[in-house]
Design a protein around this ligand. Structure first.
Ligand code: SER
Length: 868
């Protein structure tokens, strides 16, 4: 019996023997802004299917890691749902078509995998007579086991528009014990678990247009996909994918951690399967540079990871466990995915941080549930409504199953259908933003232009001046035109590097090149022409001249970006991957994945390492080679470049080697100086470094120096003694401040002391009545406290005229039976047009009219004289 790993390699070997080239699995992050994740084996090849790019070779085979999350909740419940899975595929780009695709798939299944011929069924699209005939003539396939299915099953499209076509699917019949009866056919109701689809052959020959119509693709293509986990489960005669040797070691390892055994209860199996599936997805997502966050791929990762942790809890595991499972996965898959082992430390670190965070969430969640239960009980209720159970899930990330468990223990009811309703509402909201696979509409102008003239010849790597012929000119807006020429020295914006500027001229008529963009390798210049536009006509030759100083400044920044990337990897680790970059004449910006801020010390090391390379005067070496050769040089590449035929490799000495189409210096010494300007976080797990080079960096430093100079001057010292002086000054400032505080304290002591002179006795009771101006409430309160402390038994009545009136009355406890502060303050406030009250020992109140403060205080004295 073949192992899962053997199925994978046999598939590749088989198609290599049919002259296919094996490409490595592309990243889970597709080079396609319309796609969230790589959801099928064909995703990396979309441009070839659509004819947007020429395929480097007509026949390709891959095993491709994929993630689909549309059925997340089903994972673990069914035999075959996964988030992460591997797809085996063979692809033809305008080369072979149906006949070969059908006969080779049959050959592989029956000869290599040796699956029983009698158990096979196939489906073809309703109208696809050709496919049916080929199954019969090429494979001798019995007609009675060929079923015609409609669009829902047998039409495959990468999205609402774009390449698509009918397909033919191959099924294995597992037998009557999985549904139906002796006479059941593929497609009959109730036989879904019995007829297992193992391979989908798509005959990609159509392009679905925006209006829904189909146009034939320039070339007919083949896209096939066979789920590795399914094929393996059929071969190994397992009833579900998790029992194959691709996944079962993970299930077992988790069982050991939790001290439970697979097969003892449905609940336990469910959790073990979820964990086995989800940790594979988590491992590979992080491996490809995804970091947990609240949006996009980061959110997909977070949800999957949390679901795994939650199922760990359901199995009774309280400690962190994901890293142990990751070890198992790395061991199982490292031979097929070469970068996995090297990245495993990084993967575990990222996962551990998130797992820890979520474990805390779980603990807090339990607190929230307890509070909700408490509240329900207090208001005599015995149930929690859906809003609350959903809020616990949605806002606090607390799993419903746990809410249910805790409620049960506390005799509180909750209803799953209420929760589900809320969930459904939320899902409907999220659906529109979920991954949709869409092709970008093709610009028909560019299409037509390309067919007529082909690519623009770019000569700018060697030349800054070129004579080109205008092939197209059209007006964009007032004085601004779009010009396409046969040749151009202008670099079009790409790979983060901004476009060249410069001029396009005919005699004395000059246009300013503001921007250059390329589409399908056609260079489109945006040109401002103020005078002589009538000279610029199709077919005429123009002088094209690149602005050299701008170009040179960008070359420095671009080469420095390469040195920076390498330095970051050396100092921070190999997990550092480019997440975006921008090269302008003024500065460079480099975004990369790293889970915590880069420390000052690390930044200094990085900056120093780059400058050391500059001082080593490393020469640049630019070579063109095949992808294979490039890989041997250890070139760093972004996944998008992976399938180009011939690649451009830029090296600086043996320090840095990258695939890159940009403009670079000839020797790194031209960079002169490299200075990091800032380091910030721009998204969860993504950091950004901005830096400057050459003269701009020098000017930055010069500015700093000037600032230092002027500070030194102000502090009456020299730059070399500045630090000492600043320290001394700061110390002095601190002690002056301390002294000031002490003085203030003393002063307020004096103020209060002087007050005591004004204390009088009314019928033997110590009384202080005093009027202030512009004193706020808290100062008045302060005075009252101090006086009360000092005098022991007394009554203090303070008023302040702040335009408005404010009164504060304090009465020591022994006297409150005679005079209540609250009552008294009220009487005073009324006089000043206000109202108020308060406690018997202390009260504060206000009135509109500050001029009445004196009158009110006189009244106070009268009252006291009467009552005491
Ligand atoms: N693209 C097709 C699928 O995903 C065949 O590879 O099923």
């Amino acid at each position: 019996m073949l192992t899962g790993n053997e199925v994978r390699s046999k598939f590749i070997e088989f198609f290599e023997s049919k002259n296919h080239k094996h490409f490595e699995s592309a990243s889970l992050i597709p080079d396609d802004p319309t796609l969230l994740l790589t959801v099928a084996g064909m995703v990396p090849f979309k441009p070839f299917f659509l004819g947007q790019k020429a395929a480097p070779t007509p026949r390709v085979t891959t095993f491709q890691k994929c993630i689909r999350t549309n059925d997340l909740e089903n994972v673990g419940r069914t035999a075959r749902h996964h988030t992460f899975f591997e797809m085996l595929g063979n692809f033809s780009f305008g080369d072979y078509f149906k006949k070969e695709a059908i006969s080779w798939s049959y050959e592989f299944i029956t000869k290599i995998l040796e699956i029983d011929k009698e158990s096979l069924w196939v489906s073809v699209f309703t109208t696809d007579d050709e496919a049916e005939e080929l199954w019969i003539s090429e494979c001798n396939f019995p007609k009675e086991r060929i079923v015609r299915l409609g669009e829902e099953d047998n039409w495959w499209a990468a999205g609402p528009t774009g390449s698509c076509g009918p397909c033919s699917e191959i099924y294995v019949d597992l037998g009557v014990k999985f549904g139906g009866d002796e006479n059941s056919k593929l497609g009959d109701e109730g036989t879904d678990d019995r007829f297992i689809e193992i391979w989908n052959l798509v005959f990609t020959e159509w392009n679905r247009m925006e209006d829904g119509s189909l146009e034939p693709l320039p070339k007919k293509n083949i896209d096939t996909g066979a789920g590795l986990e399914r094929i393996t489960s059929v071969l190994q005669k397992k009833t579900n994918n998790f029992e194959t040797d691709l996944l079962f070691p993970i299930v077992q390892a988790m069982g050991d951690i939790a001290g439970v055994k697979y097969g003892t209860s449905e609940k336990i199996d469910f959790s073990l399967k979820v964990i086995a599936d989800h940790v594979r997805a988590v491992t590979f997502l992080v491996n490809d540079g995804v970091i947990p966050s609240n949006e996009g791929r980061g959110y997909v990762l977070r949800r999957i990871l949390r679901r795994a942790v939650r199922h760990g809890r359901l199995l009774g595991v309280k400690n962190l466990f994901l890293f142990e499972i990751i070890n198992v996965i790395v061991n199982l898959m490292k031979d097929s995915y070469k970068d996995l082992e090297g990245n495993s430390k990084h993967i575990k670190k990222v996962v551990k941080i998130e797992e820890e965070k979520f474990s805390n969430t779980l603990d807090q969640g339990i607190q929230h549930v307890m509070n909700a239960i408490e509240e329900a009980k207090e208001s005599q209720k015995d149930y929690l409504p859906g809003e609350i159970t959903f809020k616990l899930y949605d806002t606090y990330g607390f799993p419903y199953e746990l809410t249910e468990e805790i409620c049960e223990e506390n005799g509180i009811k909750i209803y799953k259908n209420e929760f589900d309703e809320k969930m459904e509402e939320q899902r409907n909201k999220a659906r529109s933003s979920r991954e949709i696979i869409m092709e970008k509409g093709q610009d028909s102008f560019i299409e037509t232009f390309f067919d007529k003239y082909g690519k623009t010849k770019f000569t700018g790597y060697d030349k800054l001046v070129e004579t080109g012929k205008i092939l197209h000119i059209s007006k964009i807006k007032e004085n601004t035109y779009m010009i396409i020429t046969d040749k151009t020295p202008f670099y079009a914006e790409s790979g983060g590097q901004k476009a060249d500027n410069g001029t396009i001229s005919i005699g004395t008529s000059v246009g300013k090149v503001l921007d250059v963009q390329k589409q399908k390798d056609i260079y489109i210049h945006t040109v401002k022409i103020t005078d002589g536009v009538s000279d610029f006509i199709n077919g005429i030759e123009v002088q094209m001249k690149v602005d050299k100083s701008r170009r040179v400044a960008m070359a420095k920044n671009h080469s420095a970006t390469h040195l920076l990337q390498k330095a970051l990897r050396e100092i921070l680790g190999d997990h550092v991957q480019q997440a975006g970059s921008l090269v302008t004449p003024e500065r460079l910006r480099f975004d990369f994945n790293h889970y915590e801020p880069v420390t000052d010390e690390e930044l200094e090391k990085v900056e120093r390492l780059v400058n050391i390379q500059i001082s080593k005067t490393l020469p640049s070496n630019i070579r063109y080679m095949s992808m294979e050769e490039a890989k041997e040089t250890g070139a760093m590449a972004l996944f998008g470049d992976k399938y180009e035929d011939i690649v451009r490799v830029v090296s600086f000495g043996d320090f840095s080697t990258e695939l890159c189409g940009g403009i670079h210096v000839e020797n790194v010494s031209e960079i002169g100086l490299f200075k990091i300007v800032s380091e910030t976080g721009i998204a969860a797990g993504i950091r950004r470094i901005e830096a400057q080079t050459g003269f701009t960096a020098y000017e930055g430093i010069k500015t700093m120096e000037k600032i230092m100079g002027s500070i030194s001057k102000k502090l009456k010292t020299t730059s070399s003694k500045l630090e000492e002086k600043v320290e001394k000054t700061v110390d002095e400032l601190k002690s002056s401040q301390k002294e000031l505080e002490e003085l203030k304290l003393k002063l307020s002591g004096y103020e209060v002391a002087s007050l005591f002179k004004e204390v009088r006795e009314i019928h033997g009771v110590k009384v202080l009545i005093k009027k202030y101006e512009n004193k706020d409430g808290s100062s008045l309160r302060d005075i009252i406290d101090k006086v009360k402390n000092k005098l022991g038994s007394c009554i203090v009545i303070l008023g302040s005229d702040n335009k408005k009136a404010i009164f504060t009355v304090g009465v020591t406890k022994d006297l409150t039976s005679k005079i209540k502060a609250g009552d008294l303050v009220k009487q005073l406030a009324i006089i000043a047009g206000g109202n108020g009250g308060g406690r018997p020992d202390f009260a504060q109140a206000g009135g509109k009219d500050g001029t009445k403060v004196r009158e009110a205080l006189n009244k106070a004295e009268e009252i006291l004289t009467e009552r005491l």
